[in-house]
Write a protein that binds this ligand. Structure first.
Ligand SMILES: Nc1ncnc2c1ncn2[C@@H]1O[C@H](COP(=O)(O)OP(=O)(O)OP(=O)(O)O)[C@@H](O)[C@H]1O
Length: 362
């Protein structure tokens, strides 16, 4: 656990970068520091590995003041990933990753073996091991940066905007993979970003900072979206926080109807002819499109995208319903077979129900 106790930083020119920051970053969790430019996120991160010394307060790792340990020893237990990866340009990928193990005295072969293992962990093909950083894409470089930070198996990872130098699609895949890696390695992570969507996607806890390094709110993502502490946090979260909080509510409480499913080549039953729409499925149960029983022979209407009935959120179900011209969402199982359909109206009722339950829980 990393504990900030009333930490402040005033730079020599008088800039108040961080003011009275107190928070606890729990073990094996991702704590995100988010806020507008200049609010002291990087300063806070760099105080944790003593690249910057606080002007006041204390930082503790597992209860011990970080000033009581030699800096080199402290940093050995802390991996650091920065924007643009910060790789050594004249070292190959494998050599970059092996930097710290080599410094710690690991022999060349063992260090290379570890590099290759880490490349696999972060989703890099090992054929890239002997390339130089400039021969990699931005996303690949970021992965090398993460692998290098993990190389000495530190308990703590500090990550400063690690995914911000790549395009949104690569960024999303880096985020997803990062979450998978974290599920495996369970590090205590402090992650800086200015992007609230990234914070909500990856954070277990989110610290929203405002100008001058003041902590505006420290909460889990769902709580942040449901109960922003003040107008600043609310504005920072953006206009669609109502829809985004549905990401944290499971869709498995939705009542999926199965009477609207009809197999290809099978005549609809009498009761089905009363329904406005029927979902045509193939022999294996995969959705093919919507048909109108009153207009036999018309081409099926595409379903848009389905949602995973067991594990997707209400947000995914709602999105599927609003994207489809029929206003119905198709729920599928892990094999992509339709398990039922649900209307926008029923999803809206489930949202109201979830809202009421969360108000009652307060
Ligand atoms: N070495 C320094 N000397 C003086 N002022 C500094 C120094 N480093 C940072 N600052 C100032 O401290 C404040 C906080 O900077 P910091 O880099 O911690 O913010 P940030 O939230 O990480 O910003 P960004 O999102 O733009 O990277 C800013 O006003 C910045 O100009």
């Amino acid at each position: 656990m990393i504990t900030f106790e009333n930490v402040s930083k005033r730079y020599p020119d008088g800039t108040e970068a961080v003011a009275g920051l107190s928070l606890e970053a729990p073990d094996a969790a991702i704590t995100v520091l988010v806020g507008p430019s200049g609010c002291g996120k990087t300063t806070t991160l760099r105080m944790t590995n003593r690249l910057v010394e606080p002007s006041g307060g204390r930082i503790l790792v597992d209860g011990a003041d970080i000033r009581e340990r030699p800096v080199a020893q402290l940093r050995r237990g802390i991996g650091y990933v920065i924007q643009h990866a910060g790789l050594f340009p004249h070292r190959t990928v494998a050599e970059n990753i092996a930097t710290v193990p080599r410094l710690l005295g690991k022999d060349r072969r063992a260090a290379r073996k570890r590099s290759l293992e880490l490349m696999e962990l972060v989703g890099l093909e090992t054929v890239l091991a002997d390339r130089y950083p400039h021969q990699l894409s931005g996303g690949q470089q970021q992965r090398v940066g993460v692998a290098r930070a993990l190389a000495a198996d530190p308990a703590i990872l500090l990550m400063d905007e690690p995914f911000s130098a790549v395009d949104p699609i690569v960024r999303k895949s880096l985020q997803e993979q990062f979450l998978q890696i974290q599920a495996e390695v369970g590090k205590t992570i402090l992650f800086v970003t200015h992007d609230i969507d990234e914070a909500i996607r990856i954070g277990d806890r989110i610290a929203v900072l405002r100008e001058g390094g003041h902590l505006a709110q420290f909460a889990a993502p769902r709580e942040l979206l449901e109960k922003p502490a003040d107008a600043f946090v609310e504005q920072f979260l953006g206009l669609d926080r109502g829809v985004r909080r549905l990401t944290f509510i499971s869709s498995n409480g939705l009542n999926l109807r199965t009477d609207a499913l009809v197999k290809r080549g099978v005549e609809p039953e009498a009761g089905q002819l009363e329904l406005p729409w029927l979902l045509l499925v193939d022999e294996a149960g995969a959705p093919l499109g919507w048909i109108e029983p009153r207009r036999p022979g018309a081409a099926p209407i595409p379903i848009g995208h389905p949602f995973r009935a067991k594990d997707d959120s209400l947000r995914a179900a709602l999105d599927a319903a609003v994207l489809c011209p029929t206003g119905w969402a198709v729920g599928v199982d892990e094999a992509g077979r339709a398990v039922g359909v649900v209307s926008q109206e029923e999803i809206a009722a489930a949202i109201r129900e979830a809202h009421r339950a969360s108000l009652e829980a307060v």
